[in-house]
Design a protein around this ligand. Structure first.
Ligand SMILES: [Zn+2]
Length: 357
């Protein structure tokens, strides 16, 4: 197979609202309502107030893995997974995150380790090993209470050793079949949901609420597990403007049922040029296709995806600012590529999975 074509960044930024990867600083405004994202043109004053106080969600292009940093209006930060696909890359990613926190004067309060996979949690040991004042003391980790986290060798053992070495400076909270509500700031809270066992894919889901905005993070999950959580906790708890697509867009996740209940206006995925890390054709169809009234962004096409919201209404939706940094701040050192949308479209596949349709 010939080399996949790499996107021309300048060219890509001039294209449609559903495919807008661009160089640093490329910004667009969206008003997001149920199942729909529309371009917005807020006045200067509203833009300034959004910039002055907002929630920021930064989905880094980390190649084959996932790392999303959420910074709240009080300068505290949560990391929703942090992993890439090799030991040296995970070490670099952990150090990049520490540098990023220091540069931006943010304090990492909480790490959500959605499930025990290397490409989601492999960089956490480096972060825990850091003496940086930008990692809170104690830093909280949420993870599932499943045996797949335990191993006497490899990265899971090193993770456990890093937790033990940090001692009282880490508060590791283990959850199973649970709902936990966490207050983050005056206007921000997180609701964390975990179902019963689904093997290594028993994922923590996080529903972030900032003023009127809602964002749902779903780790890597199968459709059956998504539906189980929906049935256990109710659709009102899952409605969101933004859906972090589960399992990098694999066919085995993103049930039609959950799309219909979450009704996201915008969906984002951490993707790479590889089955298992690709936003597949059937997943895309369940999200309503592209282009559609819903906006869909993915890291292998758009680079780092940065969303900011003041959590307040605008023209019948919630105002978001979307910025794209291509190929992504850490992409080069982590093997994160940028590919043309047409090429990625040509590689998407379809496969049958129960509970998805
Ligand atoms: Zn994954």
């Amino acid at each position: 197979m010939s080399e996949p074509p790499h996107a021309d960044v300048q060219l890509r930024f001039a294209c449609t609202e559903h495919s807008v990867g661009g160089q640093k600083g490329a910004v667009m405004y969206l008003r997001i309502s149920e199942d729909r994202a529309r371009k917005a043109r807020p006045r200067k004053r509203r833009r300034a107030s959004l910039l002055a106080s907002h929630l920021e969600v930064r989905t880094f292009n980390v190649g084959h893995g996932e790392a999303v940093l959420v910074t709240f209006d009080n300068g505290r930060a949560w990391l929703m997974d942090c992993g890439s696909n090799s030991v040296p890359r995970n070490e670099r990613l952990g150090n990049h995150i520490i540098d990023y926190l220091e540069e931006n004067d943010a304090v990492l309060d909480t790490i959500v380790a959605s499930h025990p996979h290397f490409d989601h949690a492999g960089a956490i040991e480096t972060i825990l090993g850091s003496a940086s004042p930008n990692v809170a003391s104690p830093v909280t980790i949420y993870r599932t209470d499943i045996r797949e986290w335990i191993s006497s060798s490899g990265w899971r053992q090193r993770y456990a050793d890093a937790v033990a070495a940090r001692g009282a400076d880490v508060d590791e909270i283990l959850l199973l079949s649970a709902h936990r509500e966490v207050t983050i700031s005056d206007h921000a809270s997180a609701h964390i949901y975990v179902g019963a066992r689904d093997g290594v894919y028993t994922s923590l889901f996080v529903h972030l609420r900032y003023r009127e905005s809602r964002l749902l993070f779903t780790g890597d999950a199968y459709c059956g597990y998504e539906v189980e959580l929906l049935n256990a906790f109710g659709s009102a708890d899952f409605r969101a403007d933004v859906l972090k697509i589960t399992h990098h867009g694999s066919s085995s996740g993103t049930a039609a049922t959950i799309v219909n209940e979450v009704r996201p206006g915008l969906a984002i995925a951490s993707t790479g040029d590889h089955g298992g890390h690709r936003l597949e054709r059937d997943t895309l169809d369940r999200l309503g296709g592209r282009p559609g009234p819903r906006a869909i962004f993915e890291t292998v096409v758009d680079g780092d995806i940065i969303l900011r919201t003041d959590g307040m209404s605008y023209g019948g939706g919630i105002l978001y600012e979307a910025e794209f940094e291509s190929p992504g701040r850490f992409a080069e050192s982590l093997g994160g590529e940028i590919l043309r949308l047409a090429y990625v479209d040509s590689t998407r596949t379809v496969s049958d999975h129960p509970n998805c349709v």
